[in-house]
Design a protein around this ligand. Structure first.
Ligand SMILES: Nc1ncnc2c1ncn2[C@@H]1O[C@H](COP(=O)(O)OP(=O)(O)OP(=O)(O)O)[C@@H](O)[C@H]1O
Length: 273
């Protein structure tokens, strides 16, 4: 069997903060001995209440943080021990999409410029082919006609269109997995279903997998192959039937506490089924 594309092996992440006077250190285990495998092509949802450690886990998978203890592995090799070629493969294969697309896109750059950087840095096309390459990626995330989006600045796009540009940028290097930290929560409910639909279509078309961090259990139920439930820095339950047959008391509480879906949201979701 092939190694998981990403894994956490007994990872602990401790944050150290000081009080206002700066003399008393406070240690907090945001993650506490977490092990997790992410397989190619799957959609894995990480759910849990605020402060349970979801974003910390995402940052570790993206190598934005180093674990205090334990290992993050790419195709079975610790990130610390990747060769130059393996590291380049990791950087290409694992991409990120963040919560607030307006913050992740440079406000001073037109769409063509933002995506053009990626084309040039990774030699995806020559100068003559650059515009066509970018337009192809814009069309593949539903921004049509693509030419009409090339010269727009982020503030000339809706939130949903901005998130589509961020997803197009993440898809340019043909990643095998996209780590998306709360990709829906800054969007209007009517747009959330469309972005979920897009992720599903990209997965079907290209085989890309997703690790989606979310507190929206309804959305995750609609899209995830597997769900991990986090509580106080630990995964308390993980599987394919977590929502249908929750085993852990905390999961049952989380499910009992969720609000019924907004009717508009439910309609948007039905459209993607
Ligand atoms: N840089 C930091 N320094 C100190 N403590 C931090 C830092 N980042 C996160 N924490 C703490 O670690 C814990 C886990 O935070 P994390 O952001 O991973 O949770 P989360 O589940 O993503 O929460 P939310 O859904 O609110 O984003 C929280 O108690 C948080 O206050």
């Amino acid at each position: 069997m092939t190694a998981p594309i990403l894994s956490l092996h007994e990872v602990t992440q401790t944050y150290v903060s000081r009080n206002q006077q700066g003399w008393r250190r406070r240690y907090q285990n945001a993650l506490d001995g977490v092990s997790l495998d992410v397989h190619e092509g799957e959609t894995l949802a990480i759910v849990g209440e605020s402060g349970s450690g979801k974003s910390t886990l995402a940052k570790l998978l993206l190598a934005l943080n180093k674990p205090t203890r334990g290992e993050v592995r790419f195709r079975g090799t610790s990130l610390q021990q990747l060769s130059g070629a393996q590291h380049a493969d990791y950087r290409r294969s694992v991409q990120a999409v963040f919560q607030d697309p307006s913050a992740s896109l440079n406000p001073r750059m037109q769409v063509a410029e933002s995506l053009g950087h990626v084309v040039r840095r990774h030699a995806l096309a020559d100068a003559d082919g650059e515009a066509g390459c970018i337009e192809g990626h814009l069309a593949s995330v539903g921004l049509v006609p693509p030419a009409s989006f090339m010269t727009r600045y982020p503030n000339q796009l809706s939130g949903g269109q901005q998130q589509r540009v961020a997803i197009a940028r993440a898809m340019m290097l043909a990643p095998r997995i996209i780590v998306a930290d709360e990709p829906l929560s800054s969007l209007d409910v009517s747009i959330q279903g469309q972005i979920l639909d897009l992720m599903r279509a990209l997965k079907q078309r290209t085989g890309v997998g997703f690790v989606i961090i979310s507190h929206d259990l309804h959305a995750m139920e609609a899209i995830a192959d597997r769900v991990a439930v986090m509580h106080q820095g630990r995964i308390v339950e993980m599987g394919t039937e977590v929502f249908a047959r929750p085993q852990h008391e905390y999961t049952k509480l989380l499910l009992a506490a969720r609000l019924p879906p907004d009717p508009r949201q439910a309609r948007a979701r039905l459209a993607i089924a």
